[in-house]
Design a protein around this ligand. Sequence first.
Ligand code: HEC
Length: 156
Amino acid sequence: MKRKSLLALALLISGSLFFAACNSEEKPTEETTGQEAAKDQPETHGTEIKPEDVTLTTPLNQEWVKTGKSTYDLKCQSCHKLTDERLVGPGWAGVTKRREPHWIMNMITNVDMMLETDPEAQKLLEQCLVRMPNQNITKDDARQILEFMRSNDGVK
Ligand code: HEC
């Protein structure tokens, strides 16, 4: 009995240390498990975005830039800076010049697929040593984030 509760205590402590170390960034992924996430799965996960699925236009759609920025503030900022400086993941400056639009959209909506199959994504994982979590972003949200990234890269 005593050993058992000691063990439980040890597990509890190591558990909270783990969370303290990773701080709040781990939280959203925890919360997206369960029914709501399951409901969102079909449209947000597993549908690969093809090059012809993304059309870029200028001038930018400023509404999308704005909503893209709010999603960034809420779900991406903890790991990505808007400069070229790495935080947890790579900084976003220049990302729309380095990568194809559909590649970026897949990285946002299908990160698990990308980390399993795409050599460039795998290279990033080797550098960053952290797997970007699946954030349950819809294709439309991802398109708006892409618009915000284009704006961040100086497109008008
Ligand atoms: C917990 C940290 C974390 C969060 C939150 C996060 N990312 Fe990432 N992201 C990463 C890491 C780490 C990588 C590099 C690939 C890897 O290691 O999985 C990455 C890579 C990327 C890349 C490729 C960048 C490049 O230079 O090619 C894009 C695009 C991206 N993330 C978009 C997003 C978007 C959009 C969001 C918010 C909806 C987001 N990320 C949220 C950690 C995160």
